[in-house]
Design a binder for this molecule. Structure first.
Ligand code: SF4
Length: 242
């Protein structure tokens, strides 16, 4: 697997401006999850996150990466023969002031975009053309950084649910049967059943066996989708840049 470009992990002490993005890595791989699983895809991983999920497999993104201008990011993305870009993190929407203009520029250049987000930062302003994959957090699965009010996060998520379009998807990472039951209640409470197979259920890697989650999904009656992480089947699960 080639990793043709990656930012320095050293970070920097310069202050960010609205024209700069704090980037952890850019790499070309295969989209491992959700509707576009299996497609070649360039990943733009933005640094920083305000949550601390127990199962997070990108903890390195919690630290500041390198500050890059939008033009530098665009040039790095254009260096790959691929028109599908996944903006991920960290939590990309923590950098909304710099990210939204970049999204506009990428759409204007004809790219197809996926935005992976925890959905607890406002998604207002994200164009409908962007495919949003919202990773709905189950309350016992995460902590928060100092200064963040965990209870205040869910009203933002509920607002974001009202912004979902026809291509957007909700993902639940399931670490136990209790987590699955919480997800079912969440779907029912917010009347999300019509999303059908855009409701994604992922086994927490190494914690829940895929066949257990498959059985729970089958017996639930929901037309949701079992969501396995292809990249962890193809490459070493601990690998970066894949
Ligand atoms: S929201 Fe994503 S990046 Fe942030 S801690 Fe959770 S899994 Fe990791």
């Amino acid at each position: 697997m080639r990793t043709p470009w990656r930012t320095s992990r050293a970070g920097g002490k310069r202050r960010s401006t609205v024209h700069e993005l704090i980037v952890d890595e850019i790499f070309y791989s295969i989209q491992g999850e959700a509707r576009d699983a299996g497609r070649p895809c360039v990943f733009l991983r933005l640094s920083l996150c305000d949550l601390r999920c127990h199962y997070c497999d990108t903890k390195y993104s919690w630290k500041r990466g390198r500050e890059l201008s939008s033009d530098e990011v665009l040039a790095a993305l254009a260096g790959h023969r691929c028109r599908l870009i996944c903006i991920t993190g960290g939590e990309p929407m923590l950098q909304r002031d710099a990210l939204l203009p970049l999204i506009d520029a990428l759409l204007g250049a004809g790219y197809e975009l996926i935005l992976e987000t925890h959905g607890m930062a406002p998604l207002d302003g994200v164009p409908d053309a962007v495919c949003k994959v919202v990773d709905v957090k189950i309350p016992n699965s995460f902590g928060v950084v100092k200064g963040v009010d965990k209870e205040a996060l869910y009203p933002t998520l509920e607002h974001n649910l009202t912004l979902l379009g026809d291509r957007d998807q909700l993902k639940f990472v399931i670490g136990s049967r209790d987590d699955f039951d919480w997800a079912l209640r969440f779907v029912e409470r917010h009347r999300l059943g019509p999303l059908g197979d855009r409701l994604l259920f992922s086994p927490s890697y190494g914690v829940v066996e895929p066949h257990d989650l498959a059985e729970w999904l089958k017996t639930s009656g929901l037309p949701g989708r079992l969501n396995l992480q292809l990249h962890k089947l193809i490459w070493d699960p601990e690998s970066r840049g894949v």
